[in-house]
Design a protein around this ligand. Sequence first.
Ligand code: NDP
Ligand SMILES: O=C(O)C1=N[C@H](C(=O)O)C[C@H](O)C1
Length: 263
Amino acid sequence: MEKIRVVVSGAAGRMGQRVITLAAEEPDLAIVGALEAPNHPKLGQDAGVVAGREPLGVPLSAEFQGKADVLIDFSHVSGFDSVVRTCRNNRLALVFATTGITPEQERALVELAEFVPVIRSPNMSLAVNVAMKLCQMAAEALKDKDADVEIIERHHRFKEDAPSGTALQFGNLISQIMGQIVHRHGRQGRPGRRPHEEIGYHAVRVGDNPGEHTIIFGLLGETLEITVRATNRDAYAKGALAAARFVVKQPPGLYGMRDVLGL
Ligand SMILES: NC(=O)C1=CN([C@@H]2O[C@H](COP(=O)(O)OP(=O)(O)OC[C@H]3O[C@@H](n4cnc5c(N)ncnc54)[C@H](OP(=O)(O)O)[C@@H]3O)[C@@H](O)[C@H]2O)C=CC1
Ligand SMILES: O=C(O)C1=N[C@H](C(=O)O)C[C@H](O)C1
């Protein structure tokens, strides 16, 4: 069996370490590259050891050299150009999981997808993607019923972007159906009576929370809430490995986790 050759970007980070650890246990996957920021203090160290397991023989490096099939990126917006360049120059499929990118970077991913297959999703977890489908069902059923939509997300204190990419995707999917035109981030002072045509986002940052989203559909007299909660990061890492297996078989184009999960 030919193994799928995987490069992990953000390899020393919280997600990168879990992706490396879980991929190393899979017989059909081989880690062949581990990328980190050019100034990272652990450059040169073995990626397996950095992830807390036995050595893999793959040192952390700032640039990828060699042959590979797919790059899985859980890094940082500052590494975006380097990720795109690496995939384009080496013809690597891309699983792009980093959040907080700019609209210009979004467009760059669309352009990259003309050359290589790309999966872009702010959340690789099965439960989150099922929750997105449930929210779309709720939005369809409630679109003419005067429902207020608010999204609360909770994450660990180290998270840099807010609201989460996942919260924004929940909001976009819902507003495409219900038609809200304002995306309001928090409230303070005297914003006045809540207008119907907005979605509210509230980002909570606490301790080591690996990620939690609650989507509220508020009616007069009753409330529907859909909550999805990670208890650790492995659902994201497993989703990224499933995405890698899927994307290497696709022609160039932009795909989402729905394509991977058949939702
Ligand atoms: N789609 C999904 O399912 C999920 C997405 N995420 C997203 O993934 C990203 C990473 O999350 P997390 O692992 O918690 O973050 P971490 O900060 O723990 O890890 C990010 C890693 O990327 C490194 N890095 C920074 N700049 C570069 C660069 N230029 N090139 C390569 N690596 C770089 C960081 O190094 P340094 O420490 O030196 O900065 C760090 O080691 C975030 O955007 C997060 O929102 C997270 C979980 C799930
Ligand atoms: O930074 C995180 O941790 C996470 N980020 C993603 C996001 O911004 O949606 C996905 C997940 O919630 C964990």
